[in-house]
Design a binder for this molecule. Structure first.
Ligand code: SF4
Length: 774
């Protein structure tokens, strides 16, 4: 079939440049991919294949999706789409689950909804009677819609009363949330994408934005190639496209992010680039911070991080002398050793220089998954809904009143259970009903051998909502066919707090239903009721769920109370908070430099960044933060899994530009699959030569946890390190293990509980020539 009006976004990932100077608006450029020969109707939506959330319209003809075009008026992308946004929709047209499946005699067999839900409800009731709500857990996704997350959060907390809720957002974005909470008292991005247009310095901290959010990188490139470009510093062990376009690339040794950050902070103080008046009025903790970072002069940092002291000094000077610095942070920090402490150190840099709350002075602790922000806001990740503090009785009372349930029904006697702990409880046999939605933990969680055996246990009923059969559904007991993007209505929020409404454009295939419908059906069959006898949840439709969420968020930092479906329709995207006072949303938060750190309002009292030990309410009150940001610091420590001896190479896992998550969608898209059909390991040429490996060889990569067999690419930049993309599982008929997480450890950051995918040790050996040369 011929396509018209489109550009090739695989060979030309970021598209044509539209360069411009500082403070000029970002020009528009419309990208479109449309099957030819149809008269189409356009349905408004946004892309859900990364956290950028580009606005787009879905082309519909004859009841099916036949293309997309970027929305020219949208504040996020001004019409642009990257490879996944442009082509990714095709992935959901094939191989869909259309009927519920139930495991009988070891095989998944087709069933009807009554049978499948009857089985789930029967087990759920028996477990509640026998063992109580802690026998239930939910592990969701970063791709559902706000309405679905909030519905699940209410069912889980007010209906069932279990603290065991988390999402795969734990793998990608938990550190962003943790860092924002530690410093500012609550989650929420201070910055705005428009800061790209205004900054005079751009810092990419472990953020390979050229691969992860391609349209945001196009936006940055348009500044970097325009008049008066920002100075650009990248921190990344790999020489990525972002690194290649930098003035300074700090290719640090894996596991040393915090040492480097402490060095950059030390230089701000050493050269007195500190805005002392700002620090005095708006922060607490400067003396302790200064004491810690004094131990990190450039020469020591250079030794620890294996970079030049001059580059450390030069990068620090760029930050210290900038008038408007924008920092973006992602997995190079979030999935690494001392993740939260390192991400907090980026916040500290901005606070020392008063670099917040004005155009160009931006801070984006980025998200990875497309709708991760909503998972966090609504409490489907286990936190209390609306950025409330589980350890604050008044916050619990607010929710109990809103949901009309007893306060004791809402689990708040301990912190919420994080994903790795949920799977540990499954392994130990105390969780007996695990409901997984829209994600594939049998590929994406660390140490897959353990995860597979946990999912196979007889003691747990595994229920999966998904659009496709995956490595995880193959281990499930009940599989429920889910409607996907474009087949249901709902909202989602991107990494700079921009909310889009995505309307149902086509009907879901077969008997597939939205996750909202599935969970409301479960709740109705279970008979969950509030104190007044009304059903929990009180709604059945997405717009009703959104309106309920608006009330839940009212007065909280993520305030949606001024938003509505009507307002979102035809909008260029609206950034929260959106209230009666700010009906068009809010571009940047913290304009008044008052932060939600007061005892009564904060989402957490914070933690010791080294150990994860919680700061008590009494300790917090004694510090009298009262709206001032918390400057928190920690010393660098060596990573626990250091490459040495039999495992001499440092392992990092990550993404590649054309694939998303575990390829359930992108692996089914011809353009995207062709671009990266199989897994590989990237080695530095000198390491490869020593090991007798040449480009294209089949190699075995082994850690103490497992092994994979993949193709070698001898294009790595840093000796002693290897990189493996995490998208590939075993279900595509490769006939060999190839998932990066066969190699990774069950280990997590002490504060954010995000697994440390970028701290591993492996060895590599050649098995034979690659397939193309056999
Ligand atoms: S940058 Fe992200 S949101 Fe935008 S089109 Fe690409 S995958 Fe979709």
């Amino acid at each position: 079939m011929v396509q018209r009006g489109q550009t090739d976004r695989v060979s030309d990932v970021w598209g044509a440049r539209t360069p411009h100077a500082a403070d000029e608006p970002w020009p528009s450029r419309v990208d479109q991919f449309l099957l030819d020969g149809y008269r189409v109707a356009w349905s408004p939506s946004a892309c859900v294949l990364c956290s950028n959330g580009c606005g787009l319209d879905i082309a519909v003809a004859d009841g099916r999706i036949v293309g997309v075009r970027g929305r020219v008026t949208d504040r996020v992308n001004r019409g642009r789409l990257g490879p996944k946004g442009l082509y990714g929709w095709q992935g959901q047209l094939r191989d869909r689950l259309t009927r519920p499946l139930i495991r009988r005699n070891g095989r998944l067999e087709e069933a009807d909804w009554d049978e499948a839900m009857g089985l789930v409800v029967e087990r759920s009731r028996a477990l509640l009677a026998d063992k109580g709500p802690l026998s239930h857990a939910f592990y969701t996704s970063g791709q559902l819609m706000l309405e679905e997350y909030y519905t699940l959060a209410v069912i889980g907390k007010a209906g069932l009363g279990t603290p065991h809720l988390d999402g795969n957002t734990r793998l990608c974005t938990a550190t962003a949330a943790a860092a924002l909470k530690e410093t500012f008292g609550a989650d929420g991005q201070p910055g705005s994408y428009d800061d790209v247009e205004h900054c005079d310095a751009l810092f990419s901290f472990g953020h390979n934005v050229a691969a992860t959010q391609t349209v945001l990188w196009a936006r940055m490139l348009d500044r970097l190639t325009g008049a008066d470009p920002p100075r650009h510093v990248t921190v990344d062990p790999r020489r990525t496209e972002v690194a290649r376009r930098s003035d300074i690339h700090l290719a640090i040794r894996p596991g040393t992010n915090l040492a480097l950050m402490n060095g950059l902070l030390q230089q701000q103080i050493e050269h007195d680039w500190v805005d002392h008046d700002y620090v005095r009025r708006h922060t607490v903790g400067y003396d302790r911070l200064a004491e810690v970072v004094a131990d990190y002069p450039p020469r020591r940092v250079a030794e620890l991080c294996d970079v030049s002291a001059r580059d450390v000094e030069a990068a620090a000077e760029i930050f210290g002398t900038a008038e408007r610095a924008l920092s973006t942070v992602l997995q190079g920090f979030y999935q690494a050793h001392q993740a939260t402490a390192s991400a907090v150190a980026v916040n500290n840099l901005h606070l020392l220089r008063g670099m917040l709350g004005r155009p160009g002075a931006g801070l984006l602790q980025m998200n990875g998954q497309p709708t991760a922000q909503n998972n966090r806001e609504t409490g489907a990740d286990g936190d209390l809904s609306g950025f409330r503090n589980w350890d604050n009785e008044a916050h619990v009372r607010e929710l109990a009143a809103l949901w009309d349930v007893d306060e004791l029904q809402i689990p708040h006697w301990a912190p919420p259970t994080h994903a790795m702990q949920i799977f540990r409880y499954v392994e130990q046999g105390s969780i007996n009903l695990l409901w997984i939605a829209g994600t594939n933990p049998a590929v994406s969680l660390p140490e897959l051998g353990r995860i597979r055996s946990a999912l196979r246990r007889d003691s747990v009923l595994v229920v999966c909502n998904d659009g496709f059969r995956t490595e995880t559904t193959e281990l499930a007991d009940v599989v429920l066919p889910a409607a996907l993007w474009g087949e249901k209505t709902g909202t989602f929020t991107n990494a700079d707090r921009t909310v889009h409404l995505s309307e149902r454009a086509v009907a879901p295939p077969g008997q597939a239903r939205s996750d909202l419908d599935i969970w409301v059906d479960y709740a109705r069959r279970m008979g969950f009721r509030d104190r007044s006898g009304r059903p929990i949840p009180r709604w059945t439709e997405p717009e009703q769920a959104f309106d309920a969420w608006r009330e839940c968020s009212r007065g909280r930092p993520c305030d949606y109370s001024g938003m509505s479906y009507a307002l979102l329709r035809d909008s260029p995207g609206i950034q929260w908070p959106c209230t009666a006072d700010a009906p068009r949303g809010t571009e940047r938060i913290y304009l008044d430099h008052r932060f939600p750190t007061g005892d009564a309002e904060c989402e957490t009292d914070g933690h010791d960044l080294l150990t994860g030990a919680a700061v008590t309410a009494e300790q917090h009150a004694a510090r009298r933060y009262d709206g001032r940001a918390r400057l928190r610091a920690a010393h660098w420590t060596p990573p626990p899994e250091n490459p040495a001896g039999s495992y001499p190479l440092a392992l990092g896992t990550g993404r590649t530009v054309t694939q998303f998550h575990t390829r359930t969608k992108t692996g089914r898209v011809p353009e995207l699959d062709r671009a990266a059909p199989d897994a590989w390991v990237e080695l530095a040429p000198a390491d490869a030569a020593e090991l007798g490996i040449t480009d294209g060889d089949l190699v075995r990569v082994e850690s103490v946890h497992g092994a994979i067999e993949v193709t070698a690419r001898c294009s790595g930049s840093r000796r002693g390190t290897v990189f493996v993309p995490f998208h590939y599982g075993d279900s595509e008929g490769a006939g060999r293990r190839r998932a990066a997480n066969e190699l990774t450890a069950t280990a997590w950051d002490p504060v954010s509980k995000q697994p440390t995918f970028k701290s591993g040790a492996v060895r590599v050996r050649r098995i034979g020539p690659g397939r193309s040369r056999e």
